[in-house]
Design a protein around this ligand. Structure first.
Ligand code: PGA
Length: 255
């Protein structure tokens, strides 16, 4: 995959105003990234507006962690894609496994949310991934094919779509699939994207997510179809996250 890597951090339900120093430090280290690495931090919605001021004029971009499948109206407690954009987000994450599993979000809802995001001009980072049981039953590729078919809207603006492969049995643990498994799955996702979009499917970035650390980032990024990383726990620590971004820069430089 050519073009800059996308290194995405996901703070999940962590972060208060007192955490903004971490974001500032991350933004400072992003200034070294040249054109080889793009960085986006997916923050709690409560921090987006203030963060966009704190990191103004830096290369760090911001994302929301979820959005409503509706445009606006009587949906108490929901946050629309347009609101996220208004607060300074350029991206929104959709269909993270914690939303799919803990909030029973299915592929249709994920697709509707992605449509909302794309319509307001955000880039939708759509997460897919198999459970431990599905993997044990040999269903990984079938599950991913189905999620790609039903979660990803068939829009022409593919520059507003990023896919994140995050096996749910890995998230928040210290294990990852083997490098061969990651390579195999990413090749499969690429072939599905090509089947759905023709040659332009080549331009959609596929990120790997799950237990990414400074110690494994370089070897994962070196896999042919890996276009970046989705980093949870390690994104809460500016030094660890910056080290992961630096690996992106050196892997690109060595390519
Ligand atoms: P992790 O989480 O890096 O802590 O495994 C990744 C994620 O769920 O986004």
């Amino acid at each position: 995959m050519t073009g800059p890597y996308l290194i995405a951090g996901n703070w999940k339900m962590n972060g208060l105003n007192s955490s903004l120093a971490v974001l500032e430090e991350t933004a400072r280290s992003c200034e070294r990234m040249d054109g080889d690495v793009e960085v986006v931090m997916f923050l709690p919605a409560t921090l987006l507006a203030v963060s966009s001021i704190v990191i103004k004029d830096t290369k760090l971009q911001l994302g929301g962690q979820d959005c409503s499948s509706e445009r606006s109206g009587a949906f108490t407690g929901e946050i629309s894609a347009e609101m996220l954009k208004d607060a300074g987000a350029r991206f929104v994450m959709i269909g993270h496994s914690e939303r799919r599993l803990r909030h029973a979000e299915g592929d249709d809802l994920v697709r509707q949310k992605a449509i909302q995001a794309i319509e307001v001009g955000l880039t939708a980072l759509i997460c897919i991934g198999e459970s431990g049981q599905e993997k044990a039953e040999g269903k990984t590729l079938a599950v991913l094919s189905s999620q790609l078919t039903y979660s990803v809207p068939r829009v022409s603006s593919i520059d507003q779509i990023v896919i994140a492969y995050e096996p749910t049995w890995v998230t928040g643990t210290c294990v990852t699939p083997t490098l061969d498994e990651i390579a195999h799955v990413h090749r499969h996702i690429r072939s599905e994207l090509l089947a759905h979009w023709g040659d332009s499917g080549q331009q959609i970035r596929i990120l790997y997510g799950g237990s990414v650390q400074p110690s494994n980032a370089a070897e994962i990024l070196a896999i042919a179809e890996v276009g970046g990383l989705l980093v949870g726990g390690a994104s809460l620590d500016a030094k660890q996250f910056s080290a992961i971004c630096e690996h992106g820069r050196s892997v690109r430089a060595a390519a």
